[in-house]
Ligand binder design. Structure first.
Ligand code: CA
Length: 469
């Protein structure tokens, strides 16, 4: 009897990285049973759910640059060339070690960023990216499928409405197409003699909340639980601002705070989550069907958090907990599934973790730390603190924040001077309703956090840039 010849794909560990744009950790597997996310929940049952994973920059572009290089980045570093340091990206590193590397959908925000990292040109269903023309302008790419919503345009931005719910198949909107392309790749990989790194970036639940009607029909809008803290936190610094992104879309007057608006926005976000969950399900089923599940590490993340009406804030773009906290699930062959880890981990750590799991040498430049240990021992004492950056373009004002087991502390800087600060105690105030930075009894805690922040900055190759940048 002739022994079957094992393909390289069967003996090396493949990696499937699923990035879900703007997905916050409001999923069944995070204890939110009203969200219909059965496929992600199934992945969670087979993998490790990180309950306290954080992005490093609360916006798409630099969050992904940081994730895919394992270098600290700030808001201005929207492309890898702006990092200003030596690096090799995760896909390039894997490509150099014999992997076929594929990018489908939104992986790097700009699909022309690091084209050379991929074995084939990055694939998108339409040429959507931030560049010469904003991607949502005048429905150029058929993002809105309802005829009526296609006609409703915000004259200031050219954008359509913040939601769409046409009765169309999954593939009519972007993510159905991304799933189909990824499934085709998996079929090819099953025949290949090389391991693969397949990055699959879904667009929803990023605005606009465009998803087929059947996913909207999963929820009764009257039963949705609206945020119960639709007020500005006490003592919140003026520098901590709501994101303007949602209000670039059509059909929203000013900054509404009525129940109908909250209900529609929640409904759209949840429908988008369920739509993406169904696409994730298709991709994971294809992984299994093609015999690749046993030899493939699966990582699912959101690229940052999202405020969904809490404080009447919408979206990311600040250093509140809900803008920074993101889902992270890892299913790795030979590691037990169905656990949660309470450890503080940051997206910088994902690259070294994957390199570790793949059995490759760690690249010198990486600032993150492999948390492979947590996959076996989820409660292992881990990082004391995580570091975040946020800046407003053109203002020269930079927010630097630190998250510890108990606190989230932010300092705003301009030209080296601290302009303001913000402190939340997550043990006593998990919803961040009161900024206690001004309390005299918190002075020593703040001093300690500020020193910890400076130490983390010093240990990083990141260097703060001047106003002219
Ligand atoms: Ca995003």
């Amino acid at each position: 009897m002739v022994a079957p010849i094992l393909s390289m794909a069967a003996v090396h560990t493949n990696i499937l990285l699923i990035i879900v744009d703007d997905l916050r950790p409001e999923l069944g597997c995070y204890g939110h049973e009203y969200i219909i996310s059965p496929h992600i929940d199934e992945l969670a049952k087979e993998g490790m759910v990180f309950d306290r994973a954080y992005c490093n920059v609360p916006i798409c572009m630099p969050s992904r640059v940081s994730l895919l290089t394992s270098l600290r980045a700030d808001r201005m570093m929207t492309r890898t060339k702006q990092l200003g340091r030596k690096f090799i990206t995760l896909p390039k590193y894997l490509k150099d070690h014999g992997y076929t590397t594929i990018s489908n959908g939104k992986v790097f925000h700009h699909f022309d960023d690091r084209k050379e990292d991929w074995s084939k040109p990055p694939w998108r269903s339409v040429p959507i990216y931030h560049g010469e023309m904003p991607w949502a302008t005048y429905n150029t790419y058929g993002l809105w499928q309802n005829e009526e919503s296609g006609k409703l345009i915000n004259p200031k931005t050219g954008f359509g409405p913040f939601f769409d719910s046409a009765d169309v198949p999954d593939s009519a909107y972007q993510d159905g197409k991304v799933a189909n392309k990824t499934i085709e790749d998996l079929k090819r990989f099953a025949e290949s003699d090389k391991p693969f790194f397949l990055a699959c970036g879904f667009w929803r639940p990023h605005l606009p909340f465009n998803a087929p009607k059947k996913y909207w029909d999963l929820y009764d809008p009257e039963k949705l639980q609206l945020a119960d803290n639709r007020f500005r936190p006490d003592n919140l610094p003026e520098l901590c601002k709501n994101s303007p992104e949602m209000f670039e879309y059509a059909g929203i007057d000013g900054f509404p705070d009525d129940d109908a608006f909250h209900r529609k926005a929640l409904h759209g976000y949840y429908a988008s989550v369920s739509y993406v969950d169904a696409q994730v399900g298709k991709v994971l089923a294809a992984l299994k069907k093609n015999g690749l599940a046993e030899n493939t590490i699966v990582v699912l993340i959101g690229d940052h958090g999202w405020l969904l009406g809490e404080h009447n804030f919408w979206g990311k773009h600040n250093t509140l907990q809900k803008a920074l906290h993101a889902p992270l699930i890892i299913r790795a062959p030979a590691y037990p599934g169905g656990n949660h880890s309470p450890a503080l981990v940051e997206f910088l750590d994902i690259y070294p973790t994957l390199i570790d799991l793949a059995g490759l040498d760690m690249p010198d430049h990486a600032e993150g730390r492999s948390f492979t240990t947590l996959l076996d021992h989820p409660a292992t004492p881990w990082k004391d603190a995580l570091l975040f950056f946020w800046n407003k373009r053109a203002t020269g004002i930079e927010a630097i924040a630190i998250k510890t087991d108990r606190y989230l502390y932010t300092e705003w800087y301009s030209q080296g001077e601290v302009l303001d600060c913000m402190l939340f105690d997550h043990d006593l105030d998990p919803e961040e309703n009161v900024n206690i930075a001004g309390n005299p009894e918190m002075r020593s805690t703040i001093n300690h956090l500020s020193q910890q922040m400076k130490a983390l900055l010093e240990s990083s190759s990141y260097r703060r840039r001047g106003k002219s940048d």
